[in-house]
Each structure stands twice: as structure tokens, then as C-alpha cells.
Design a protein. Structure first.
Length: 277
């Protein structure tokens, strides 16, 4: 056995101890968010639970969150207040999520019932997790909001930063590849499709805390593959952004934005090309 192999555990032990700062347990955080969502929507576990069981689960969730964030809080009383504030927001979020689920059913011709949306739609799951991680972000709880949001990202392929501000009735269709950056602002009744990016024009550490992502006003539809960049970019209300559009400048309300690529079709025995615009 070489000295490198023999001494590596000692090096690993000393190095890993430098990472043991006050951070939440990833396993506990994932377990908490799934337990919360399953309590709000017990159909996900195909269970019909009694009021007594709901009361017990509700109390356990509060205790679980307190245990998760206790290492992150300077004082015990502060920790309790954060937990109380978070759970005070849950009924409002639940109401908005029920509206979202109804919206999905009404917008998607492939959705036959609300239960299908709750059980099967990755966009709805990503929005659920975002709503809760956003509250934690607003409470200035470190790291935990990102742990939870990245869990949803890993499950759905939809990347929504908990710092983004997103209004009610937010509809994501398909969803794979969607990116919504930290300082993005999205109004109410927005609809977006797969592969859409709301990002920064460039990345620099000095931009931390600076608005670098676009603002999407109310009633905007953004179709698949479009990219909208920049903190000074505003998409006016009631606008439709077509597929595969690249935008780095603002668009006035009631606009329709689309690109017109040429499609060239060459027949096997034809000397001419058919051009479609």
C-alpha cells in the first residue's frame, strides 16, 4: 500500500470537517417537503386520513422544520418565530395551489381531472416546491431554500430559484429545461413551455444581489425554447412570445414576438429547393 493510499483517510477527515458549518440536512429537508406536500394532497399517497391524523402530522411537520433550521438560527426563540411564520403562510399557498391545479386541468387538453395534475404533472410539482422554498428564502433562512428547490430540479428538470418572484396562476406545460433565475419577476396568469430560459445577459460574481433577470408582466405566454435575458428586459402584459425567440430587450404590452426561419426541403429527384417561411 502506498503512502498516498494509506494517508488519504486522514486528509479526508481533516478536509471534510471544514464543511461542517451550520447547514441543513439534505435528507431531512427532502423528507420534510415531501411530507408537507403529501399532507396537503394525500391523494399522492392514495390515503384518506382522519382529522386526528392530520392534526398529528401538522404538529410533527412544525417540529421537523424546527429541528432542520435550529442549527441555522442564532437564538431558539428566533427559530420558533420562523417556523410559526412559515406555517402561517401554508394555508394561503395551499389555496393558490388548488387554483393552479384547476388552471392546469382547464388549459391542458390532455388533463382529464385535477387528481391527474396533482399526481402526474412535473410543472405543478415544481411550482409547489417553489412556493414553499420562496417563503423560506423570504425569511432569510440560509441554504435550506436552495436545498429544497434543487430537490425539485432533480425530480423534474425544472430549475426555479427560490428568490424569484412569481405571481398566482402560474402554468408550466411539460417543463423540462425551464430555467427561472434568482431575480426574475413574473406576474399573474403567466404560461410557459419547455426549454424556456429567463436568465442574465452574462455571469459575474459582482452581480450578486443585483437585478440581472427579466421581468414578465401579467398574462404573458412564452412558448418552447425561447430565451429572455437581462435585468432591464421587461415583457409587457398580454404579450405572446413565440418558440425559439431570443430576446435581450424590452417588449411593449399586447405584443406578439416570433422568429421566421426558412425551412428548405430538397426532393430526391428535384433540382430546386422548396422554401417555406
Amino acid at each position: 500500500m502506498t503512502e498516498t493510499i494509506k494517508n488519504f483517510p486522514d486528509l479526508l477527515h481533516r478536509t471534510t470537517h471544514t464543511f461542517y458549518r451550520e447547514v441543513p440536512s439534505q435528507v431531512a429537508a427532502r423528507r420534510f417537503i415531501d411530507a408537507l406536500i403529501n399532507l396537503l394532497f394525500p391523494i399522492r399517497e392514495k390515503k384518506c386520513i382522519s382529522l386526528k391524523e392530520m392534526d398529528l402530522k401538522w404538529e410533527n411537520l412544525q417540529n421537523d422544520l424546527q429541528e432542520i433550521i435550529r442549527p441555522l438560527c442564532p437564538e431558539e426563540c428566533h427559530c420558533e418565530k420562523l417556523v410559526e411564520h412559515f406555517f402561517n403562510e401554508v394555508p394561503t399557498i395551499y389555496s393558490h395551489l388548488m387554483e393552479d391545479a384547476t388552471l392546469y386541468k382547464e388549459c391542458d387538453p390532455a388533463a382529464y381531472c385535477t387528481e391527474e395534475v396533482i399526481l402526474c404533472y412535473p410543472g405543478f410539482y415544481a411550482v409547489m416546491v417553489y412556493r414553499f422554498s420562496h417563503i423560506l428564502h423570504q425569511l432569510h433562512i440560509p441554504v435550506l431554500p436552495r436545498v429544497i428547490s434543487e430537490y425539485a430540479h432533480s425530480q423534474t428538470g425544472i430549475d426555479i430559484h427560490p428568490g424569484a418572484t412569481i405571481g398566482p396562476n402560474f402554468y408550466i406545460d411539460h417543463g423540462t429545461g425551464i430555467v427561472i433565475g434568482e431575480t426574475t419577476v413574473i406576474g399573474k396568469n403567466a404560461k410557459i413551455y419547455q426549454g424556456v430560459t429567463r436568465g442574465a445577459k452574462f455571469v459575474d460574481k459582482e452581480l450578486s444581489g443585483v437585478r440581472r433577470h427579466p421581468t414578465i408582466e401579467d398574462n404573458v405566454i412564452i412558448y418552447a425554447g425561447s430565451t429572455i435575458l437581462g435585468g432591464d428586459t421587461v415583457i409587457g402584459h398580454d404579450t405572446v412570445i413565440g418558440g425559439n425567440v431570443w430576446l435581450t430587450e424590452s417588449v411593449p404590452p399586447y405584443s406578439t414576438v416570433y422568429c421566421r426561419p426558412e425551412i428548405i426541403i430538397k426532393g430526391k429527384h428535384s433540382k430546386q429547393h422548396e422554401v417555406r417561411k
